[in-house]
Each structure stands twice: as C-alpha cells, then as structure tokens.
Design a binder for this molecule. Sequence first.
Ligand SMILES: C[S@@+](CC[C@H](N)C(=O)[O-])C[C@H]1O[C@@H](n2cnc3c(N)ncnc32)[C@H](O)[C@@H]1O
Length: 240
Amino acid sequence: MPKNLFVVGVGPGSLKYLTDSAKDAIHKSHYIAGYKYALTIVETILDRHIQEIYEITMKTQEDIYRNIYSKMNDDEYCAIPFTGDVNFSESEVVDRLLELFGNDNVEIIPGISSIQVAAAKSKVPLDKAQIITFHVSGDIEQKKLELIKAVSDRKSVILLPRPWAKDRTKEFMQSEIAIFLKANGIDTSNLNTWVFENLTINDKETIFKGKVNDLEGRKFSELSVMVIDQVKRQTYLEFG
Ligand SMILES: C[S@@+](CC[C@H](N)C(=O)[O-])C[C@H]1O[C@@H](n2cnc3c(N)ncnc32)[C@H](O)[C@@H]1O
C-alpha cells in the first residue's frame, strides 16, 4: 500500500469556510505539515497528542516533506493544509508534492478561495472576470500584460498581488499595480476598485472601495485581494 497524501484547501481564514471533506482528511492524517497561517486556521481541529504537526517555511519545506515521507509507514496519511483553494496560486508547491508522493497517491480536497470570497463581496462574477495571481516566485511580466489587456478590454479583474518582504523591488502590491496601469495608458482615475484584507477573519477584515489611482502610495496587508470592477449587469431578460 502507498503512502497517502491529502492536499487540503482550508479556506481563507475562518472555520466557517472549512468543508467537512477537509476536516475528514485532516482527522484521518497522522502527519500534518503547513505554513503558519494555514495551521492557524485548522488549529482547533488538530490533536497535538496524536498527530505529528510540522510548521514549514519556504526554506524548510523541502526537508520537512522528505522527512515526513521517509517516516511514514505504508498506508499512513499525511495532510498538507493550504489557505483558500489548493487549485489556485499554490501549484509551485503542489507540483513538488505530486512528484514526491506520486500523482496517484495524492488526493486534492478543494477549498473556498480568497478570490471566491472577494467575488462574493464585490459581486463580480468569476466568469466575467480575469483571475490573475501575481503571488508566484516566477516571472510575472506575461501576467502584467494580461492585466493590461483585460482592463483595456473592459473586463473585471480579481487578482492576488505579490508581496516580497525580502526584496521590495519584486513587490507588485496595490500601489505598484495602480502606478503600472497608469504608466501603460489606463485612466486609473475612472477605474473602480476594491481591496479586501484579512477576508473572513473576525474583527480584522477591511474593505477599501474607490478608484485605482487612490491606491498609489497606499499600503495594504499581504493578506489581500484586489478587484478591478468593470462589471456590466446583464440578466436573462435581455436574451428573450
Ligand atoms: C499563496 S497565495 C494562496 C491563495 C489561496 N490558495 C486562495 O485560494 O486564496 C496567498 C495569497 O492569497 C491571498 N489570501 C489568502 N487568504 C486571504 C485572506 N483571508 N484575505 C485576503 N487575502 C487572502 C493573499 O493575497 C495571500 O498573499
């Protein structure tokens, strides 16, 4: 029997957005490894007397995954919780886990993404928006072009900015995004935007609503989603 891995989306912050499937996977697993924030979300359903819990960082994750894999007996389960949905903006890590455990031994449990919650709060339907994550380690130049094209094509955009505390030149947060769009000929004084910080986290959630040019020079949390709202309402009544 193989060593089994659950890759689990645990929602953007509140236990209210944690599915029963995610809970089952976590309860079934002897080993749990996750980033601090993801572990915080599921803390109350972990059993630290029985389960082995590992907090990982970008630096330690490879060693910890390998260590767990070598310790696991056949037929045991490990769960890796990810914030939001596993299938959005997590592939750099998920691809490594598929490689390590073997594609067929990994079950992905989807979660509720921060972008879904932002879509709900701004009332911008996902299917009418361009969804972009800048929260990647790799090159983002192509994604920047997609952003300009979407905005020029009058599409809404729901995006994750890129924080980069160790190298501010790599950051692409709301202020940089606003300046970038203006520099590329977009009239940002006429473009509606929302910024949602700390979504679903009690008492910490904030909502900014304004024009994109208002974002220049403003600082927002790493834990934020930006929406460029160009939605046009269109009901079934228009289609006879
Ligand atoms: C590596 S990406 C993971 C995205 C995640 N898989 C998802 O579906 O939401 C991390 C980024 O997601 C966004 N994010 C995650 N949780 C959030 C929350 N509670 N509120 C606002 N943004 C959040 C932030 O932009 C954060 O920097």
